[in-house]
Design a protein around this ligand. Structure first.
Ligand code: BGC
Length: 736
């Protein structure tokens, strides 16, 4: 053998040994090709109790941060903290904090950065209740994917969204954050958002983890007041509140947040039955549950723990793996483990759940955020266009007397009046921390662009509340000079969302008075409403020729509204929540249970109509849709057979339009009293003028006709059922 060959073989062998040695030394949990479960158990074996406990804590970071205190703030963080609520949206700062975890903590476990990205980060799109009115879950998935991308590029790995709390009391501010009064609608839109946030794979570059909240029954808060007691019966827990969670857990949602409420006496944050029995044992969820903000500590105030130590014990043993903000787990768990009140196997299971989400997100392998220029991060034109598209489908045409809308193309003078007309602050809705006010298109700007040849006579008229009528005179002058009045009223963004309950859902008296004064001009009034909940419109509705509910559309509301006013866009939204006639009618929702005296006048209010102003599902179009007779594939099936029902819908008007067909079922005689009807399926299609479309619903008895008992067991009973579509109600039978 030549000498050179000998020498090179020597170095090759040395190199090989060195590589083998390095491989042997690289812990398995750092090997990105190893299976996640193996990585978790390898890492767990190496962790001290203190390191494990730190993984179960979430701190906040970044409020009022400025570049000068980044250093000290980062230093203050305990090395090895599990998660942070990240208020900064700055990828550079995130990377600095992460660097500390990756380089200074013993095992280099990445931090999970969470934040409330509820309806977009900078490309803020309509609030959730509006999204549900679009009946277009695909668009919602696409927008959630945009939110996920903007989040990743801002340093956020995990959003505290979607909120899938069925909500039937519009006094509760958080009706704005969910998908309305119906369990199925919440399930469908919840799943759509989980898909958008998490993408095909959590480890994809632009995927973030979703968090279903607020598990469970929070929407039932008594009197519509936040943080209150909720009397949720076992039956309604299973029938109404759990189904959206079950659907989203099945869709792969990585995490959940426990609620502030209690469930008939047992707080949601200390509820073993919902957190462990149902979620982990029955549904086999293998991610983790984070408490809501201070919810662990609040167990003391809720009267189930004598001190913080006991509250930590109760929350953890019930199944809350991560403590948001309270710092109770970090402080008290070493003693609770030493006292054998918390078994090590529970700690290990909880830590494994947190690590599982981190591994699945790919954080161990790519802990840092890509830093790109701000213009590459946010408000990409195609994303804003997508937000506009969804926004067009969320705006509900509630009333259109004598076809007031669309406005004539020849209109020359429009009065645009009201506190919402030039607003950029409130129109974006709550939970929009990162939005820049200047990004929000005003209704005024959208209308001005659309009606280029018309003069827009703008006047503020009045503020959102207060008693100052000084602006009325100018508003009346502008109205008198114009052919039509577009009156933009509504709620401030702080009137809905968390801790924002109202005792009345009417607009403040000053706004109602402005409308009453404008009515005296005799000009047609188009009422445009921007709000986060159904409103009491009993006094305003008779004064309006047309009403458009635009909710809180986010940054791209002006152009879509203007499109609807001009007819460029044909409205297609339908309400996902009922508008009661008055606040006193609450609760009013379409899927109420059957009752003892449903006919005639008995059981009705003596002073007002018992009918709400607009039912769930109400929404008008500029075209008309004519439904043919619905046809069933069979009138009798067994419990294990399936059948289809279909209906042909004709666009009998003169413009193209989108129609959503809502399919309901009802069961008039069952061993429990069931809702008057229950939504089971919907489908939205665009139909050209003069054309027809066929809508089909496949009825699967176990999925669509069954009910649960108070333990969650599902039954289908033989007997008569009805399928409801539009105004038709068709009978069929299930036989043994
Ligand atoms: C809210 C949650 C939110 C959390 C973190 C709580 O007060 O109830 O919905 O995700 O704060 O900001």
């Amino acid at each position: 053998m030549k000498r050179t060959t000998l020498i090179s073989s020597f170095f090759v062998s040395i190199g090989l040994c060195f590589t083998l040695l390095t491989v042997a030394q690289t812990p398995l949990y750092k090997d990105k090709n190893a299976p996640v479960e193996k990585r978790i158990s390898d890492l767990l074996k190496r962790m001290t109790l203190e390191e494990k406990i730190l993984q179960l804590n979430q701190y906040t970071f970044g409020i009022n941060n400025n570049p000068n205190n980044i250093g000290p703030e980062v230093k203050k963080l305990p090395n090895g903290i599990g998660s942070l609520i990240y208020f900064s949206a700055d990828p550079v700062l995130r990377n600095q904090i992460q660097k500390k975890a990756m380089e200074e903590s013993r095992l280099c476990i990445p931090i999970l950065f969470g934040f409330d990205i509820i309806h977009g980060l900078r490309t803020v799109y309509p609030i959730s209740i509006a999204q549900a009115c679009s009946w277009n879950p695909d668009l919602v998935t696409q927008l959630c994917a945009v939110a996920a991308k903007e989040s990743v590029l801002s340093g956020v790995d995990w959003t505290f969204s979607p909120m899938i709390d069925v909500a039937r009391d519009p006094r509760w501010g958080r009706v704005s954050e969910g998908y309305g009064e119906d369990p199925y609608t919440n399930a469908v839109f919840g799943v759509a958002s989980v898909k958008g946030y998490q993408g095909k794979n959590l480890s994809d570059s632009y995927s973030i983890a979703a968090c279903l909240k607020h598990y469970v029954g929070y929407g039932m808060s008594e009197g519509g007041r936040d943080y209150r007691y909720s009397d949720v019966s076992a039956q309604s827990l299973w029938e109404t509140y759990l189904p959206p969670y079950e659907a989203c857990v099945k869709a792969g949602a990585a995490t959940l947040m426990s609620g502030f409420n209690d469930i008939s006496g047992v707080p949601a944050t200390a509820n073993y039955y919902t957190l462990t029995e149902i979620l982990k044992k029955r549904w086999k969820h293998d991610g983790f549950v984070v408490s809501d903000w201070n919810a662990v500590k609040q167990l003391v105030w809720q009267g189930v723990a004598k001190d913080e130590k006991e509250s930590g014990l109760k929350a953890f043993m019930a199944g809350v793996e991560m403590d948001m903000k309270d710092d109770i787990y970090r402080v008290h768990f070493p003693a609770l483990v030493a006292e054998k009140k918390i078994p090590m196997k529970n700690i290990d299971d909880a830590v494994a759940r947190v690590l599982r989400v981190k591994f699945r997100l790919g954080l161990f392998d790519e802990p840092y955020t890509k830093v790109v220029e701000e213009k590459e991060r946010y408000l990409k034109p195609e994303d804003v266009a997508l937000a506009q598209k969804l926004t067009e489908e969320t705006m509900v045409l509630l009333k259109n007397k004598n076809n007031t809308l669309p406005l004539s193309a020849n209109i020359s003078k429009i009065a645009l009046i009201g506190p919402m007309a030039k607003d950029q602050e409130n129109i974006v809705g709550s939970w929009s921390f990162n939005v820049k006010t200047a990004d929000a298109e005003t209704l005024y700007d959208g209308i001005q662009k659309e009606f280029k040849n018309a003069t827009i006579n703008y006047a503020l008229g009045c503020d959102f509340d207060g008693t100052n009528e000084a602006g009325f005179a100018e508003a009346l002058d502008k109205a008198n000079e114009s052919e039509v009045i577009i009156l933009c009223l509504g709620e401030k963004k702080t009137w809905s969302g968390e801790n924002a309950s109202r005792s009345t859902i009417a607009l403040p008296a000053i706004q109602e008075k402005l409308m009453q004064e404008l009515k005296k001009t005799g000009k047609p009034i188009i009422l445009v409403l921007s709000n986060g909940r159904p409103l009491e419109l009993v006094r305003l509705e008779p004064l309006a020729d047309a009403i458009v509910e635009i909710w809180q559309p986010g940054i791209a509301g002006g152009t879509p509204l203007a499109g609807i006013l001009s007819g460029r866009v044909n409205p297609s939204a339908k309400l996902a929540i009922t508008f009661p006639l008055t606040t006193g009618q609450i609760p009013t929702y379409y899927n109420m249970r059957q009752c003892a005296r449903p006919y005639g006048t008995e059981g009705n209010y003596q002073d007002i109509s018992t009918e709400p102003l607009y039912w769930f599902g109400h929404g008008l179009s500029y075209t008309s849709f004519t439904y043919g007779d619905a046809k069933l594939s069979a009138t009798k099936i067994t419990k294990s057979q399936k059948m289809t029902v279909e209906v042909t819908v004709a666009n009998s008007g003169s413009v193209k339009g989108k129609e959503t067909v809502l399919w309901y079922i009802s069961d008039p005689a069952c061993s429990i009293s069931r809702p008057m009807k229950e939504l089971k399926y919907f489908e939205k299609k665009e139909i050209n003028a003069g054309e027809k479309a066929v809508y089909k619903f496949e009825i699967d008895p176990m999925r669509d006709l069954s009910f649960t008992n108070a333990t969650g067991k599902r039954f289908v009973e033989a007997g008569d059922f009805y399928v409801h579509v539009n105004n038709q109600k068709i009978k069929f039978e299930i036989v043994e």
